[in-house]
Design a protein around this ligand. Sequence first.
Ligand code: CA
Ligand code: CA
Ligand code: CA
Length: 437
Amino acid sequence: MKVNFGNRKAGWWTGLRRSRVAAQVNWRDCAGGGPSVRGRLSALGLAATAGMLAVVPRAAGQIAIIDYPSGFADQSGLAFAGSGALSAGKLRVCPARYGDRGAVWARRRARVSAGFETQFTFRISNPGSTPGADGFTFAVQGTGLGAIGGTGGDMGYTGIARSIVVEFDTWANGDGCSSENNNHVAVHSRGLLPNTTCASARLGTANVPFNLKDGQVHRARVSYASGMLRVFFDGSSSPTLSVAVDLGAVNGGSFFDSSGRAWVGFTAGTGGAWNDHDVLTWSLTESDCRPTPRITPTSASACVGGEVSFGVESEGVGPFSFQWRRNGIPIEPVDNPTASSSTLVLVEVGEFDDGIYDCVVTNACGAASSNAVSFVTCACLPCPADFNQDGGIDGGDVEDFFAAWEAGDCDADVDADGGVGGPDTNAFFVAWENGGC
Ligand SMILES: [Ca+2]
Ligand SMILES: [Ca+2]
Ligand SMILES: [Ca+2]
């Protein structure tokens, strides 16, 4: 290596050194001793923050998929069966007339397998000269939008295979089926087999603390979480009925599709006595069961030619698939086979690898992106005195060193401690004044 002492300007760099040290103090004050990658990423026009990417990590919680908070003016998302119909902005699931039945289903299937919550207001009214009958159900089924069951005490659901219902029963049939009394709530399912109001399908039952067919508007809430189906009334936080049931394996069978979804809606029936069975508002949220990917470490650097790896971990139900991205652009597995695995490995790294990385993780519930992490390559010069690597040691090296140092570029990490700070200037000048490495 040629050492060019001729270009050294005694005194010039000493003053520069003092001013740069002062600048360094300010930098550390402002940046709080931030990571060495900051400067390089800034030069790339990037910021090491998660918000930079178009897709942000998801928040755990519920996804609203059915939302009719003030009626059903728009019925495009609904399917009707039997005598189910829209009536003045309400769902008239079954009208007040002799021997009828009806059903209304949301056209969009709900992913109820991982948990859901639904709320609806209902009114059972207009009995005419009869005592009023027979009741209605909130139903979950894997049969189809045309699903409809029997009339009368069958409440529009007896006969629907692959279904589970919460029945609101207003008539004591006295035939061993739906016969508890004329004011109860119960859960019925036979898994893949056709459902029935009879005891063979009864998973739980309870009396309702008010008169279901009093002609007033009532609110029901049905939740399913952690293997427990619960029914609440009129804003109460105490469930009227709680039933332990695995919706994915009732009688050993599942009525979900491969994504854990099923149709949800209402059925109702009338017989020798009748009511209007109306649903006035309805909402349903499904539990967000997408992955929750998290990458560690959140930033990394490596010497040019070195290797680095990022791992992503995710809670939720597998199996998972992975797609790593650099600066928001998917990395093709043909270019890097680890881009479709849980650990991204970058080998023989160079500045072309610098950037922001994240990973999109997908399971049966959908896709979610991880936090964003930053990566930058560092020169890790074997001879930092010749900072610009032109073969000579002179003022040009001082200038280039301080340009990198001010930018926080990890190339200026001369003492190789992982950060860019005051000790690096000392380390640089020790090497530079010695005129070699
Ligand atoms: Ca009944
Ligand atoms: Ca040089
Ligand atoms: Ca350093």
